[in-house]
Design a protein around this ligand. Structure first.
Ligand SMILES: *Cc1c(COP(=O)(O)O)cnc(C)c1O
Length: 394
């Protein structure tokens, strides 16, 4: 038999990069050495001290709970490390009911709507943006109102543009700064506006802070929890994935509004049973050593950022260096603007002429059209060869 897909799966948007994937296979078949710069998954290993703590904890025979369900015997070290991290990093003092351990942000982003949305409800999500916000809404029976991130607004959400009927039906508004894919950053003034929008319209503000530690040139990324009254209105998703090169470990936290934290915890208790204790302990170690282990990795990304931006500028672009994230977001050259999808046409021609694969901005939403994304999670020599090929094509 073949299963019949549920309406929620049928409602998922088509995989927008499927076409590019086919073209990559065709290029490889022709003998082209394809270089993919598409995926945002750190190539650096997790810090040594974190790996050592995992190995120690998983083999610790004195810990009778080490094999048990992570939610039934949570390691208090992790929420304590989160509280200490928020205090050191942002001067924010979180209480116990303001922290929940997650299996990474993606998992929690998809689960939170199950806790607070009913069929017919709306969630607001930015586009271009991370697809999981919409997927969470759809899985909960709701739908998404997309708010565009425009260059003329510095890729910030324009709250005034969100219509009254949407505000009425919306349960949640997602935002993400430092932003994937646009690399935009937000100020505390912007976060204050977001908290006020949430309070005035009774909408939970969900800030996805996946890139807050991937920062360069002395830039410090703010937390929405620094805003007075934020825990009344907002939650923040922090993840160890990008900050500590721990994507596969599936670990992070949500902090802020206690009722939302409790609601998410209820979904988690009914579905995932929590994270392995050794992973929780290793994640606590990571947060406790953030000041030591993060800067050396950021040095690597900064070097690659400079390599890529300098090369693109040499090839005729006019880019500023992003202060944060692990991406470069650049406009496609003007000559593609007559194509039906300029970013798709540029990515296709780049692949066919040079074998270099970048992500077309259209894949992240209509407002992403006209841009492409390069990820800095590839070794310097790979990025250098890709940039040499791009310069040569020009
Ligand atoms: C990578 C990423 C995440 C997810 O990270 P997890 O590994 O699930 O913690 C969340 N949001 C954005 C915008 C991301 O780019």
């Amino acid at each position: 038999m073949e299963v019949t897909l549920s309406q929620r799966l049928q409602k998922l948007p088509p995989y927008l990069f499927a076409d590019l994937r086919r073209k990559m296979a065709a290029a490889r078949e022709k003998g082209v050495k394809v270089i993919t710069l598409g995926i945002g998954d750190p190539d650096s290993p997790a810090p040594d001290a974190v790996v050592a703590e995992l190995v120690r904890a998983v083999a610790d025979e004195t810990d009778i709970n080490r094999h048990r369900y992570g939610c039934d015997v949570p390691a208090e070290q992790f929420p304590n490390a989160v509280k200490s991290f928020y205090s050191r990093r942002w001067g924010v003092e979180l209480t116990d009911d303001q922290v929940v351990t997650t299996m990474g942000s993606k998992d929690a982003i998809a689960k939170l709507p199950l806790a607070i949305m009913d069929p017919g409800d709306i969630g607001i999500a930015p586009e271009p943006g991370y697809p999981t916000y919409n997927i969470g809404h759809v899985f909960a029976g709701g739908s998404t109102y997309y708010t565009p991130l425009k260059k003329e607004n510095d890729f910030l959400i324009d709250f005034d543009s969100i219509p009254a009927d949407v505000r009425e039906k919306a349960k949640i508004l997602w935002m993400n700064y430092p932003n994937n894919p646009t690399t935009a950053t937000a100020t505390l003034e912007f976060f204050a506006k977001a908290v006020e929008f949430g309070r005035a319209n009774n909408i939970l503000i969900a800030h996805d802070s996946a890139y807050s530690e991937n920062v360069y040139d002395g830039y410090q990324s703010p937390s929405i929890m620094q805003i007075e009254g934020a825990p009344d209105t907002a939650v923040e998703f922090f993840s160890l994935s990008k900050a500590f090169s721990m994507t596969g470990w599936r670990t992070g936290c949500v902090v802020g509004n206690p009722s939302a934290i409790k609601a998410l915890t209820t979904v988690k208790e009914n579905i995932d049973n929590g994270t392995l204790r050794a992973v929780q302990l290793a994640a606590a170690k990571a947060l406790d050593s953030a000041e030591q282990v993060i800067p050396p990795v950021n040095e690597i990304y900064k070097r690659r950022r400079d390599l890529v931006v300098d090369a693109l500028n040499k090839a005729g672009w006019n880019l500023e260096k992003p202060k944060s994230t692990i991406y470069i977001w650049a406009p496609v050259p003007e000559k593609y603007n007559t194509a039906e999808s300029p970013s798709g046409a540029f990515a296709t021609e780049l692949l066919e002429k040079t074998g270099v694969v970048v992500t077309p901005g259209r894949g992240y939403g209509p407002a992403g059209e006209g841009f492409f994304r390069i990820s800095l999670t590839y070794p310097d020599n790979v990025l250098k060869e890709a940039m040499d090929r791009i310069i040569e094509m020009k």
